[in-house]
Design a protein around this ligand. Sequence first.
Ligand code: ADP
Length: 945
Amino acid sequence: MIRQQKVGLERSMMQGMKPSSSVSSLASTDRQDVTLSSLMHYTRRPSATATGPLPQTGRRHEDRLDEKQQKMADADDQLKGPLIPKKKRKKKSLITVNLGGTRYDIIRQMSEKLGYAVAKDDDPNSYLFWNDCFVATDRISEMKSFQRINHFPGMGEITRKDCLARNMAKVQKQLPEDFSFAPKTWILPADHSLLLNYAKDLRAKKKTKTFIIKPSNGAQGHGIQLFRNAEKIPQSEHFIVQEYIDKPLLMDGYKFDLRLYVLVTSCDPLRVFLFDDGLVRLSTEKYLAPTEANISHSFMHLTNYSVNKHNEFYEKGESLSSGSKRSVQFFREYLRQNDINDGLLWQSIGDMIVKTLIVSEPHLLHAYRMCRPGAAPGSDSVCFEVLGFDVLIDRKLRPWLLEVNRSPSFGTDERVDYDIKSALIEDTIRLLNIKISDKSRNMAAQKAEARKRLFRQNKRTDGPDITEYEKKRQSIEKRKEELKETLARIRKVSAREDYENRNRGRFRRIFPPDDKVRHERYVQLLSSTFGIFMSGKAPAMQKEIQRVYNNKLKEVDVMDMLAECEADEKEGKYYTGGTGKPRGPKPPYNTTGKFHYNHSKPLQSMPVSVPSPLENDDEEDEEMEDEETESMSASGSPSMGRHGYHPGKRPGSSGRPDSRLSNDGTSSTFNSRPNSGVGGLRSRPTSNMSAVNQRSRSLSRTGNGKHTPLQRSTVQDDNFLLSVVKEREDELTRKTLVALNEMRIKFPGKSDQEAEYILDKLHENWKFHKPRIASYWLVKLDSIKRRKVIDIVRSNVRAVLLRTWRVSDVDSLKVYRIFNRVFNRLLWSHGQGLWNCFSSSSNATSWEAIFSKSSENICEAELNCCRRIVQLCRDCLLIVYQFAAEAKSSQSNTPHHSSVEDQSSTGQSISARDKSVSLIPPNTQTMSQKYSKLYPTTRTQSMGS
Ligand code: ADP
């Protein structure tokens, strides 16, 4: 509420301020230069000098107009008298956009220009959401597949200055030729001594360099300083130091940088577009090489608009080619006039942008699949992002990447801003290809999937009594289904490309590129970055990259295969496993071209994706309530297993305050905690049942709400089936809880009791360890490593679900989706989510709030499973931390001790550790079995207790 008021206030402030500046700039503008769109922009704004109160925003003003029109129409209707029955006005369906999270009016203007309707700020059912700030992963998990939001999870890995520096340093180490476009950077305070050594080397070579220091998460030039002497740089936390590019290309004697706009429409697979225009931002004091005397002149060395607008010499642009802010198109023309090949420069800028996104891709893909576990690769992405790349050009015409902004300003203070940003936003929204039918198609697909799952319950596809003939028939059916899905995907990809080519406006696709040589190089680089960031899991990902990006299966090929398959079916030639060769695609296809997917091999290293439900164009049931849709999508209907999971004997529990839950799912410790929004959940005794009932309702509903006798019996059957399914699900959830309670985090080389003892010791000396663990988790580990810690628990939880529920697609289980939300929550805000769980205050249970806001009904047993998972993740972090400390101290041959003095290097070695620390139920796997293959002998020996 307060936030909304604030946004409203900001909006009204902007609107109150802007017209005067805009009008004055318009007054002095050459009228012939003013485009139609910019005129629209200037005239549509409410005047600051108008009498009477200003409407809060243009949107609210229009809302009021609508209301007025409605009232007039109603009055009209009343005048016609009671004889004429009042016609119910059918509400026209429109694509709706939720702009509650943005203060930029231009987003509204462009949405409306494209015919979209602006929804209320709290409307959760809009098609498009635009937020100025980054959005929590939870929110992305909750999005329905027809919705779009303008941020990707994981993008912080290139948009935070320290993360960008760390990731760039890693790739630069292995691929220096390709990634030399980022200035040398040190992250403080960790790299302070490296920086001093570098400065010492420079001194020895009698060279001097200037350094620029910036806050890690800063923007708009805040907190930036220049230093000529590296020794004077303070060891501040959360700052980075960069080598200063001291010979920039100048324009009329002024330093400048470029703000370029890049649209990422998908990360699975990666699709990147570069806008053909942007801003040139000039400094306002003539540039001189840095000296002690001028390094504090920010108007000379910084090119930020937010800095230079305070200089009296700042010139507001009257056209795109004058003033302190100009267009990139003007800049390219300027280069051409000076006989400089602007095409070559533009190409190297595009190359730099693609490579930066290649660095981000392992993080993006991992985070995205975590948030959207059921989404098929290649399906429409719910996320997109407009990034602002800040690029400096040096005198040798080399582009340097200064930073990437995930929320570039869409303020339109000057004409150049408006002209460029309005076209950018319009082209962005158009490229997203949002259709009104997306929602109903999505609902129909979910219905089809729910129906499919429901019937899967009853269908037995194997077993001793199934005939050989039936097996063959089923196998060919399955093959046909796969080919049909492949065909549908190929058609979808080519339709998407077709749409993009027709509607890309001023965007040019830079990844995947059309140029074959470039394409191959980028795919190689992608493969390498997955190798760098994913370590052990890289091989499976690299295979997938080849399959996805180098696949050239054509529509006609698949159609041929399908025809052959059908011919075989008619002739009765059935394929059975090993007896013959299946007809159909066989990955990988090692030629470049379009992107096709093969689902026959599920991913192993990334969260597994399941094929999307067959598309159903049935557009009925437009009014189906979203609650029902949600409950349907939440309804996992696993096949039923005969045997539960039988874990080994459980060792005695520890005396720590958060002692584990008992097997029946109750825990006095947890239950006595203050209610943090979960109480409400607990008080819903039949929550799960109601979800099933809702599902049943939505499945059985017909157009007029009445059923024929045949339909009635189907409805009764469905209800019976659903109640059986529900009972079975409850039982399996209880078994899952028992299995989770039996789990222990293993410490390599130590028994369960010893691991338990270590955890107790850490808790006893909590005061000592707390800051060290915080620094280890929140600072030293990057997002991939943090995820790896959580993945230790996640993969074992998956294994439990596989065993307990006996399904192949764990992702489709409701419990797994719930667990996934908890895992995502723990990784929230750079790991802050898990860290909060260590707090002694109610913060420790704040993660439970994710369910209080959600429409998903969570039962007590499910919630207890989640609590156990949180406990396991906490233990896992502690064990990984302790293991890292011990590995470090044994490596440096110092006596082994439990306290951790310095772990500065341990952050780099988690790839080895995460293989070693694992979670297994007792007595199901021995230490030597588990670690002999995974852990290097030397390290295992050093771990001997
Ligand atoms: P912010 O996010 O605060 O704007 P930037 O990294 O974009 O921080 O830096 C602000 C300005 O400082 C840039 O626009 C550029 O003019 C200047 N600058 C930043 N880094 C360098 C560098 N390494 N060499 C030269 N100039 C730089």
